[in-house]
Ligand binder design. Structure first.
Ligand SMILES: [Zn+2]
Ligand SMILES: [Zn+2]
Length: 274
């Protein structure tokens, strides 16, 4: 079977990955399992509001300080070039995963003016809690989990409507990674309307939905909502933070995406399309 490109991989240049991964080893893994292409989409996140951002609070801090570090653009691009030389049979794309790009529009814009990236993923990891952005995983178990998913979808909708810097919407199902046992098994039908609204807006803007294999795998029904709402293309992303996870679960993901009505393009480097 022909596997699709892995459009969502982190390496040592992502602030939450550092020593856990290596771009070279990720390329080796991709070749070993027969991926045609990889995109190294490093995290771009911010702690403080910049002048051109769209803050959702009125203090300089956007979130509590943690381990977020700026992307070393020069080192990253040098590593991409080195890997392209070392692995001539593998197509290697540059990229970023922009966190809350609609809020950090200035910071993300600055970065995109310094260098061009082949893949720009848009991600929502955090929601406002007590005046600061907080990672969904920190509060999901302490609240009504379905209400958090509804909030998350509402913010995704704002992100799609107010930011055009990203091409691919990453892990639309991010809260499921932290699904609390106390909430019982996840019932997607409870949040179908909210997801359809997100998918409709994304489809109307001509962008791409990611199936993320680090999250619990999306169902064919959920990917079918994307198809129904006019979604044109699907991107496969492992969201690997270690080399071993590059292309992980892609065979299962291919089955899900195919069952939802999408097909590989003639160009094996392309997204899958309807
Ligand atoms: Zn992410
Ligand atoms: Zn990621």
């Amino acid at each position: 079977m022909m596997l699709p490109p892995d459009n969502h991989i982190h390496t040592q240049f992502s602030w939450d990955t550092r020593t856990r991964s290596s771009m070279i080893r990720a390329c080796e893994q991709a070749e070993q399992i027969g991926l045609p292409a990889v995109a190294f989409t490093e995290h771009v996140d911010f702690i403080q509001w910049g002048a051109q951002d769209k803050p959702m609070n009125d203090v300089p801090e956007a979130r509590a300080p943690g381990s977020i570090q700026p992307l070393d653009v020069e080192g990253y691009l040098a590593s991409i070039l080195e890997c392209r030389e070392r692995f001539p049979d593998l197509r290697i794309w540059s990229g970023i995963e922009a966190g809350e790009p609609h809020l950090f529009s200035g910071g993300v814009g600055d970065l995109l003016s310094q260098a061009s990236f082949d893949r720009v993923l848009g991600s929502l990891h955090s929601l406002p809690r007590e005046g600061l952005l907080v990672g969904v995983g920190w509060f999901l178990s302490g609240e009504n989990a379905y209400d958090v998913v509804r909030d998350y979808c509402a913010e995704l909708l704002r992100m799609i409507e107010t930011s055009d810097v990203f091409e691919v919407l990453a892990h639309f199902d991010y809260p499921r990674r932290y699904w609390p046992r106390s909430a019982g098994p996840y019932e997607e039908a409870k949040v179908e309307a909210e997801h359809r609204a997100v998918f409709r807006a994304l489809a109307d803007s001509g962008r791409v939905l990611e199936i993320n294999t680090a999250s619990p795998l999306a169902s064919a029904a959920a990917m079918g909502w994307w198809y129904d709402e006019g979604g044109g293309a699907v991107s496969f992303g492992s969201d690997a933070h270690t080399p071993q996870r590059v292309g992980d679960c892609f065979e299962e993901a291919v089955d899900v995406v195919e069952a939802a009505g999408f097909r590989p393009s003639k160009d094996r480097y392309d997204f899958w399309r309807r």
